[in-house]
Design a protein around this ligand. Sequence first.
Ligand code: GUN
Ligand code: ZN
Length: 432
Amino acid sequence: TASLGIALRGDLLDFVAQPDLADVASAAVRFRPDQWLLIDADGRIAGAQTEDPPAGWTRIDHRGRLILPGFIDTHVHSPQLDVIASYGTELLDWLNTYTFPAERRYADPAVAEQGAAMFLDALLSHGTTSAMVFATVHKVSAEALFAAAEQRGMRLITGKVLMDRHAPDGLRDDVVQAEADCKALIARWHGRGRLAYAVTVRFAPTSTPEQLAMAGALCRADASLYMQTHVAENRDEVAWVAELFPDARSYLDVYAREGLLHPRAVLAHGIWLDDADRAALREAGAQIAFCPSSNLFLGSGLFDWAAQRAARVPVSIATDVGGGTSLCQLRSLADAYKVQALAQRRMTAWDGLHAVTRGAAQALQLGDEIGHLGVGAVADVCVWDWAHGPVATQRQSVARELHEKVFAWMTLSDERSLVSAYVAGEQRYARS
Ligand code: GUN
Ligand code: ZN
């Protein structure tokens, strides 16, 4: 007879609400030590229990390990694995020196296909089961990502990059071709299975005003589309945008005026925003992806999470690889903690882990589908060791209460602690 599904045993951790800032004893945390997580044959979570599941359930015993929703990375660049950890530049030089040459290779369908497969497998092997991804300017690069995500059953949001100026040959589109490519990709992929399209403006300097207007028109025509871009990441970039768009009140205003800010808009960085910008984000329902690893590596600046929170702008945490130096969201969280610490603020493990699970899911309007271990969620689930190596093992052995344990786990762990990753109940990564 067919299996009813699988049952994973371990320490279940997820969130039922947004934790309050600096609340180490938050009631938003749902910790269910040593329970069976039941995943039905359709790949959805059916429940959790302490009793052994009845016959018919395939038991997988991870007793003594941690089970979390797969992480969500709201801002990452698939073609940039080839330039991760490139030495010595800030944003604008980094783009010209490393990134643009790497992205040019994705005009080749074979490169795009192989790159997409390797990228998605890398996400899974770092504990990330869903992502909002920048492809390249080439239509084929977005096609390849959608196809590879579909093969793996992953929730993926991506789009071809719009850039029609200030980029080298082989990396520019034009308004007419770009619009046609976007429409074709939307028709083929948007809303198909777990896939969705994001209108993907690279950043204001690489799009003409005409292209920004086209992007805004796409968003206005279909409110179910996502939008992703970069904003106010680096001071030289901000100054350049002010030169290019002298009529705009601010960098963010360039996007606002074109109708690009809406509840499905995710803007990466937002380090150099002001209060009026944050109010505009709040008004539009748009959100920021905080990318601490990238911000530190490229020397871009220290993001003010507290100011966004005060302005009630949703914030998720993202890797921004290849500006960021790891695909592992636990590394992002360790960096995010240190960025807060420099501002005399404290990020609890709950703030951090919520931002890469339930918080990101809700910000993407996918809170029913992903980001938690409640009944009915799609079973995108990762199994982690509580510790890797003698130092972390010792630290865990002396930890007394839950926040202390989880904070040390978050801070000391990386992808080496990942045991397995399930996407819609299918195991897609297993540590060898
Ligand atoms: N701004 C425009 N393009 C990029 C990019 O690829 N990475 C980062 N971090 N910032 C950008
Ligand atoms: Zn980026």
